[in-house]
Write a protein that binds this ligand. Structure first.
Ligand code: AMP
Ligand code: MG
Length: 499
């Protein structure tokens, strides 16, 4: 039952700018009621960061709110409209088919954060879907999102998971239903711009662009061409983000334009997974049969998606269409160089190189090249490189089937790396602060989800989460979590879309 006192306890103070500014771009909506809500996970640290009362929420009140059964006071739930290119084909209307934006809060640092549900029932954008989510994929999004956060990579975050007591029908059978509560700088995507642009109402599109500038790029206000500045800013954030993904071997798996934020946060952990042995053509998603979203394709796809964003902005940039195109092209064409800039910075840190030298790009590429075809675990190789920095290359060499290419590379790297004044130990320490010991390994993620979904046992989930929350701190009791999957598990590992 909803009473004033139970509502007062949660601490939500909403300020819903999207609902205010962008009428026409959403449908006001309510979450579906669920039979028996149970709060199975609350991110207490994040709740506190958002100014919420974690103690009050960690029980029945949290179960009621985070299952969608009880809207917190001040929430104005809505389903956002968006369009998008999915695997290259345009869908003019996608939108929140199983998600709902509860509202926005200002966190303790004054940052505006969206609080949204995933799996809260059908909306006007559900098409043939049921609007629901299954517990396994919800926990997967929780684990991987929090792992990315701990790695320092911009990402949406998971605030809570509630099971609903319903079962959800999927290809694999009936599964326990759940609702994920997700926090984001905003849920505005390239696909949101595509939806507004496809309405061909320039005023509406302009309102969206102004809203995004106010929210993510306020410094652009009052500049001569703020909308061009917006494209530049989104491009810069995406170049930086993808470089971080590549640095940890993250493969998003479904980089459709509706899954690319303008805030630069990673969003929508569906079929994503981390690369184990180094192979640029790695694909895990069962539906990505053409490898469109393979590891090495990610920077190219980001550029392609930015070109789609640029197209939507053209009417705002110049009255003359050709002049508008001439304005955006340097940004789109400049993306590869910006990406390379961020990637090189990432690789210098990973390789423990101080300063910048002309040969650094080749040095980084050649280290990766040495791993190719050698069955080398990407994460372990960079971690082991810190030992090589201290004169102990054995653990790194042991990762290779044939270490010939590595042996040719190591002296080049040593020569370049000793240009700094750091001690060897300090260099190794700096490398260990950027090269994780622990990533969400596919077999560990599956094991955690399996125990939770099939046996209601959340111990492996909590343990894996504890490992991933401190990815750089090697702890002997967790040494198993740094190991790669047994070969029979790793071969042919597939991930599936759809929460
Ligand atoms: P995704 O590729 O998972 O980001 O989702 C693409 C589109 O499909 C979005 O518009 C989702 O809202 C919609 N969608 C995915 N699963 C469901 C579902 N179970 N019910 C309704 N809509 C869904
Ligand atoms: Mg999506």
């Amino acid at each position: 039952m909803t009473t004033a006192s139970s509502r007062a306890g949660a601490g939500f103070i909403f300020d819903n700018s999207y609902a205010r500014d962008l009428e026409g771009g959403y449908a006001p909506w309510q979450a579906a009621q669920v039979p028996t809500p149970v709060l199975v996970k609350l991110n207490r640290e994040l709740a506190t960061e958002l100014g919420l009362d974690a103690d009050a929420l960690d029980g029945d009140l949290g179960a009621a709110i985070f299952s969608g059964n009880q809207a917190p006071e001040g929430a104005k739930p809505l389903a956002q409209a968006y369009a998008g290119h999915q695997f290259g084909g345009f869908s003019p209307q996608l939108g929140d088919g199983r998600a709902l934006l509860l509202g926005e809060v200002l966190d303790r640092q004054g940052r505006r954060r969206d609080i949204a549900f995933k799996g809260s029932g059908r909306t006007p954008f559900s098409r043939s879907g049921d609007g629901k989510a299954a517990l396994g994929p919800v926990l997967r999004e929780y684990l991987i999102g929090e792992a990315m956060y701990a790695l320092g990579i911009p990402t949406t975050r998971a605030l809570a998971v509630a099971t609903t007591g319903e079962s959800v029908r999927r290809d694999t059978g009936a599964l326990p239903g759940a609702v994920l509560t997700r926090v984001a700088a905003s849920h505005i995507r390239v696909g949101t711009f595509q939806f507004f642009a496809s309405r061909q109402e320039e005023a509406l599109l302009r309102r969206l662009a102004d809203h995004v500038i106010e929210r993510h790029d306020p410094a652009l206000k009052g500049q001569p061409n703020p909308y061009l500045g917006l494209l530049q800013a989104v491009s810069e954030r995406q170049a930086a983000l993808i470089a971080r993904w590549m640095g940890v071997g993250f493969i998003h798996g479904v980089m459709n334009t509706d899954n690319m934020t303008v805030s630069g946060e990673t969003i929508d952990y569906g079929p994503c997974a981390f690369m184990d042995h180094y192979d640029p053509s790695t694909v895990f998603s069962s539906i990505d049969t053409g490898g469109r979203y393979a590891y090495s394709q990610q920077p190219l796809i980001a550029r392609w998606n930015l070109a789609r964003l640029a197209e939507t902005l053209l009417p705002l940039l110049h009255d003359d269409p050709q002049s508008a195109v001439d304005l955006v092209m340097p940004i789109i064409d400049g993306f590869p160089a910006r990406y390379e800039h961020f990637w090189l910075a990432e690789m210098r840190a990973k390789l423990g190189l101080e300063g910048e030298e002309a040969g650094d790009l080749a040095l980084a590429q050649d280290f990766l090249g040495s791993m190719q075809g050698q069955g080398v675990d990407f994460t372990q190789a960079f971690r082991a490189l810190a030992s090589a920095a201290k004169g102990q290359p054995e653990s790194l060499r042991a990762l290779y089937l044939d270490a010939q290419a590595l042996d040719a590379w190591l002296p080049r790297w040593q020569e370049r790396a000793v240009t700094s004044n750091r001690t060897l130990a300090a260099r190794a320490q700096a490398m260990n602060a950027v090269n994780p010991a622990y990533i969400p390994r596919n077999h560990r993620v599956e094991e955690a989800l399996d125990a939770a979904v099939k046996r209601g046992d959340f111990t492996p989930f909590e343990r894996l989460l504890a490992v991933l929350q401190h990815p750089f701190d090697e702890r002997p009791e967790f040494s198993d979590y740094a190991q790669s999957a047994p070969a029979e598990v790793a071969v042919g590992y597939r991930t599936f879309c759809g929460t």
